[in-house]
Design a protein around this ligand. Structure first.
Ligand code: MN
Length: 731
């Protein structure tokens, strides 16, 4: 394993050794305070023993040592020494504040609080656990980093406790601390913890892997050395300087591959990973080009985390290639700075306290952190920045079952729906966030619990592209819209051709019989029948030109007046059906009716549909078309002859009356506060009806004018947010 950071348990750590290490990266640190912390912890824990029989003090020493390896600030290191004194030694936070400073005292108090959290098992409520940790983290991020160091050492020395306790602690580590380390980008800690978890949760697998990896060690070392040599030579040909390291992947990632693919160790191919450290970003891509031209890349395995960093700030190029001995090898290419960020995550900023070289725009966030990092006085502010910065990276939201999903910052419920499943996305009509209905364009926040509301009748529309932020959701929506458009074009094209031929007394069937149809395809109009219709329907092919090519229509005389008259008629007909079919939307109509321009349309009173609702048209004798919601019980979906496809006209803006029923606790002034929030949304109230109900409850029906479904949802949710309100519904 080539984590540069070695977190092994250290049996002896003298103050001098600790100071030497801190001096290595932070020469101007307050060493008098460091010394005080060392002595304070030693005295406080004197006489206490660990399960291993060692002096307890060795534990806080190791925790502090880990924080030093991560190059953390003095407050964190001091807190590392003192993290157990409040809980185990009857030292008060006030004492710590007096002896050291407020930050140290607060971090230790935070750690003591975390140690009292009763974590539930994963099945019970991962969400709740995470929320608790996020709350702890929100106060001061360093609480979590010190906690991770504490957990690291406890995991390192877990062999001394009972097997039952081993499993419990390892599971908790895997469920809670590993994801946290990952989120903070501290990969060195994350992979180390994962391996330790594997060791205690699945010892048989861990030791078998260790054995297998060790068994072939000699061969592999030679192979690694040879491969590094080959890569180095190729890079040198192009004058690219790189530091190259190779290693087997850490056990847990091999284990994950084995379980994901259901294979044995011997079948896991890409066990080896190589890392190329190059001087700058340009060289990263240059090195990638050389690697790909020297070794055959595996399709679909290239990832550019430099252009698109992971939300935790991780940057690198990843690719998998067929190595010199026909073995799959994974190659990571990155700069030195990226490598440091990858190993130590949020802690990496410390390393660069001397300032980053210019031109590393992608590391802006680290640089910004540095600005706040210059003096200890504003470290609280610094942590605020870190916190916000983490938020910019992404948001954690929860499914109703408590599973955590990570989404891009700015993600909406629609992104969440697509993250769950494409079908959930396609049929999403709305969402409940923390139990309340929100608009689809609501911006999700970390900690939100999101429940997707769906309807079989719902399908993606163009405006969804403005709502979805994630590339996954957007590409799914686009793919759907294109498929639908193609399908519509095909139908329209088929319709046009059939009707145009009818003008000549012919039909598709008969031109198929007499060979003319084949002629159409063969003359290069389209590669096949389906594409021919699509091209006609989309207007790419002019039906007039197509028809002119058919001998069975002009019968040798292209000058015949009847022929030309029919041709003109067919042309007019097709023009009406193509471009115009799409733009048949009339600005004066709220609803577009399939293939009809001037038709009387009215909204059904029974279900009162408003834009955004899935709708169907119902042909009413003598009264044009009535528009119902798809769910309306008055519509007999089986009556195919009368049901007609309709859609909302996106160009039409109107105000639509809707009734909203609000049940409240009966408090004076409630009517006016509800009216106020409705008006604050820019929604007009046409009328309001109030009624007193038993149990000191009030019932109101507001007739409001909204422009569409989303405005209605927004209005409902703001009314719901009033304290006195019990329920809000569409009446
Ligand atoms: Mn501890």
């Amino acid at each position: 394993m080539y984590n540069r950071l070695d977190f092994s348990h250290e049996r002896e750590l003298s103050y001098e050794e600790i100071e030497r290490r801190v001096r290595g990266y932070f020469p101007e640190a307050d060493f008098a305070m460091l010394r005080r912390a060392f002595d304070f912890a030693q005295k406080a824990h004197s006489g206490q023993k660990r399960s291993s029989g060692e002096d307890y003090f060795i534990h806080p020493c190791n925790v502090a040592a880990t924080l030093i390896k991560l190059r953390l600030d003095m407050d964190s290191i001091i807190a590392g020494f003192l993290h157990d004194v409040v809980e185990d030694c009857d030292v008060t936070p006030e004492e710590l504040e007096k002896e050291f400073n407020t930050n140290v005292a607060q971090i230790v108090v935070g750690l003591t609080k975390i140690s009292k959290i009763k974590f539930k098992t994963k099945e019970e409520s991962q969400a709740e656990n995470f929320r608790k940790m996020v709350v702890a983290m929100a106060k001061d991020l360093r609480v979590i980093i010190v906690k991770l160091a504490d957990r690291m050492h406890n995991m390192r020395t877990l062999q001394y406790v009972s097997e039952e306790k081993q499993r419990k602690i390892a599971q908790e580590t895997l469920d809670i601390y590993v994801p946290l380390a990952s989120r903070l980008g501290i990969n060195s800690v994350k992979s180390e913890l994962e391996d330790l978890c594997l060791r205690f949760l699945h010892p048989e697998i861990y030791y078998r892997l260790a054995e297998k990896v060790a068994m072939k060690k000699g061969d592999r070392d030679t192979y690694i050395r040879d491969t590094i040599g080959v890569i180095q030579d190729r890079l040198l040909e192009y004058a690219v300087k790189a530091e190259i390291k190779g290693r087997p992947k850490h056990f847990y990632s091999i284990y994950k591959k084995m379980t994901a693919r259901g294979v044995d160790f011997d079948q896991v191919q890409d066990v080896l990973a190589f890392r190329l450290i190059v001087p700058n970003i340009t060289e990263c891509y240059k090195a990638l080009g050389i690697v790909h031209s020297s070794f055959k890349p595996i399709p679909g395995r290239f990832k550019d985390y430099i252009a698109i960093p992971k939300v935790n700030g991780y940057q690198s190029l990843h690719t998998t290639v067929i190595g010199p001995k026909a073995e799959r090898i994974e190659i990571q290419i990155r700069t030195n700075e990226m490598d440091d960020v990858a190993e130590t995550g949020v802690a990496a900023h410390w390393k660069y306290k001397e300032g980053l070289a210019a031109g590393k725009a992608k590391l802006d966030w680290v640089q910004e952190l540095l600005e706040f990092n210059k003096s200890t006085e504003n470290s609280y502010e610094f942590m605020n920045v870190v916190k916000n910065d983490l938020d910019i990276g992404g948001v954690f939201v929860f499914t109703p079952k408590g599973d955590v999903r990570e989404l891009r910052y700015g993600a909406t419920p629609l992104d969440f729906a697509y993250a769950i499943h494409t079908d959930v996305g396609h049929h999403c009509v709305g969402a409940k966030v923390n139990g309340r209905i929100v608009q689809l364009k609501y911006t999700l926040k970390s900690g939100d619990t999101v429940e997707i509301l769906s309807s079989k009748n719902q399908n993606p529309t163009k405006d969804w592209l403005n709502i979805a932020k994630s590339s996954r959701a957007r590409s799914k929506i686009k793919a759907y819209l294109m498929k639908i458009e193609r399908e519509q074009d095909r139908e329209t094209g088929l319709d046009i051709l059939e009707k145009a031929l009818r003008v000549f007394g012919s039909s598709i069937k008969s031109i198929k019989k007499n060979g003319d149809f084949e002629e159409l395809i063969n003359t290069g109009s389209a590669p096949n029948e389906e594409d021919l219709y699509v091209n006609i329907g989309s207007g790419k092919l002019q039906v007039k030109e197509l028809l002119a090519r058919l001998p069975s229509l002009h019968k040798g005389n292209k000058e015949a007046p009847e022929y030309n008259e029919s041709l003109t008629k067919a042309d007019e007909y097709s023009k009406k059906l193509t471009g115009e079919v799409r733009r048949r939307a009339n600005k004066d109509n709220a609803v577009i009716v399939d293939g009809m321009d001037d038709v009387m349309v009215r909204m059904a009173r029974c279900c009162n549909p408003i834009p955004g609702d899935p709708i169907v048209g119902y042909i009413t004798r003598g009264r044009g078309i009535t528009v119902h919601t798809s769910e309306c019980t008055r519509v007999d979906a089986g009556d195919i002859g009368r049901v007609i496809r309709v859609e909302w006209n996106p160009d039409f803006s109107f105000k639509h009356p809707v009734n909203i029923r609000v049940v409240t606790h009966d408090k004076p002034g409630i009517l006016s506060s509800i009216s106020k929030v409705i008006n604050a949304n820019g929604v007009n109230i046409r009328s309001a009806l109030a009624k007193s109900m038993p149990d000191r409850k009030g019932s109101f029906v507001f007739e409001v004018e909204v422009k569409d479904y989303s405005e209605l949802v927004k209005t409902i949710s703001t009314i719901e947010s009033l304290e006195e309100v019990i329920s809000v519904s569409r009446a």
